[in-house]
Design a protein around this ligand. Structure first.
Ligand SMILES: Cc1ncc(COP(=O)(O)O)c(C=O)c1O
Length: 375
């Protein structure tokens, strides 16, 4: 059992947050108040610093879940007659493709198997063959499976061809380095409730200033117009429409803890340790990860479900929850899997405790999973 009165979330956001982060939401803020606007300014500056974008990029926060920011970035940065190339190796890449279609942006895809990272060489070939492509949009860590795509290689190829790059770094930002000084991009998109360990409710887009400056009038939408959001915030220091005040206050507190922990190197190392403990522990139980280790991001791990007919995800999930851990269903259509997140504010005992609980639950269900050793 865990020490907390509620289960640890082993999910890729919402995730388990610290008491300090949650306590930051116990006070109300006026959206016009200068103290609140100072928090917004601080968050923008800190997020920009994580990506080393000071002086070259702008951090534009936006209300809503992560998808709102992805949609806003594509709708704002890609002109209406633009053409987006989307390499697809999972559910969140498919979501980007769907956004392009919904917004009426011309779309081309390169399709991969879900257990394979996308390849810069394929993008290179496609860009060489089609000069109408204006932007490439990729997912950094494809949370649908946990596969890590080679962002820097892709960014170099896209820059060499003089096209724009839009990166959905929702589940990697803050834990896996993205350095604007060396990895060229037009936009990186992330959100409050992922590796920065805030609560969900807002996203942000780190956009190259020279790219953003050209985007007036591109957007199909009033509320998702990042250019307008940026200009308004610069002019007034306020959010254009009602801000998620408590979410902003919690993210500010979460960012303070991020810095205290040692920033990205420390956060990334903690998640990598969690991931290693998880994969090792589950393998001892006989549970096999879906991905090869060399393409696995230290964010979320997909496991093959046991083949035993006595296994049933809902029963398994509920029993593990009773023991204090919330797991995540699989997102693959063809193979039965489940996922376990490595991110969030839980102590070193979190992952070993979860592995132990999983082992006990499967044993209790009478499910055969191969070699079973006391975890
Ligand atoms: C890679 C990726 N993109 C986008 C999202 C945004 O999803 P949502 O709108 O549900 O926050 C997520 C959420 O987990 C994600 O992992």
């Amino acid at each position: 059992m865990t020490a907390t009165p509620y289960p640890i979330l082993l999910t890729p956001g919402p995730l388990t947050t610290s008491d300090r982060t949650r306590q930051a939401m116990l006070r109300d803020w006026g959206s016009w108040d200068t103290d609140f606007n100072a928090i917004t300014a601080r968050i923008r500056q800190q997020v920009l610093a994580i990506a080393h974008g000071e002086g070259t990029h702008e951090c534009v926060p936006l209300q809503g879940s992560g998808t709102f920011s992805v949609e806003a970035a594509i709708g704002t940065l890609v002109p209406r007659d633009g053409h987006v190339l989307v390499p697809v190796n999972g559910a969140y890449c498919q979501r980007i493709a769907r956004i392009c279609k919904t917004l009426g942006r011309r779309l081309s895809t390169i399709d991969y198997a879900e257990d394979r990272p996308m390849r810069a060489a394929d993008i290179d070939r496609q860009l060489a063959a089609d000069s109408t492509i204006t932007h490439v949009a990729v997912v950094h860590c494809e949370t649908g499976t946990g596969v890590l795509n080679p962002l820097d290689e892709i960014a170099q190829v896209v820059a060499r061809h003089g096209r724009g790059l839009i990166v959905d770094a929702m589940s990697s930002f803050g834990a896996i380095d993205i350095d604007a000084r060396t990895t060229p991009f037009d936009a990186v998109i992330a959100a409050s409730g992922k590796c920065l360990e805030g609560v969900p409710g807002m996203g942000f887009v780190i956009a190259r200033r020279t790219a953003l400056e050209r985007c007036e009038g591109n957007s199909h939408s009033l509320s998702l117009d990042l250019y307008d959001q940026w200009k308004y915030m610069e002019r007034t220091t306020q959010w254009r429409f009602t801000p998620p005040t408590h979410v902003v206050a919690a993210l500010d507190q979460a960012l303070q803890q991020y810095v205290e922990e040692g920033g990205l190197p420390a956060r990334g190392a903690r998640y990598a340790r969690n991931c290693q403990l998880l994969v090792d522990g589950m393998e001892v139980l006989g549970l096999k990860p879906y991905l090869e280790r060399k393409v696995q991001a230290p964010i979320i791990v997909t496991f093959h479900a046991p083949a035993d007919p006595r296994y049933d995800f809902k029963t398994f999930y509920q029993a593990v929850k009773q023991r204090g851990y919330i797991l995540y269903p699989g997102k693959l259509t063809e193979i039965e899997t489940f996922r376990v997140g490595c991110i969030g504010h839980f102590g070193d005992a979190g992952i070993p405790g979860a592995v132990k609980a999983i082992g006990e639950v499967l044993a209790g269900m009478g499910v055969e999973v191969g070699t079973t050793v006391d975890a």
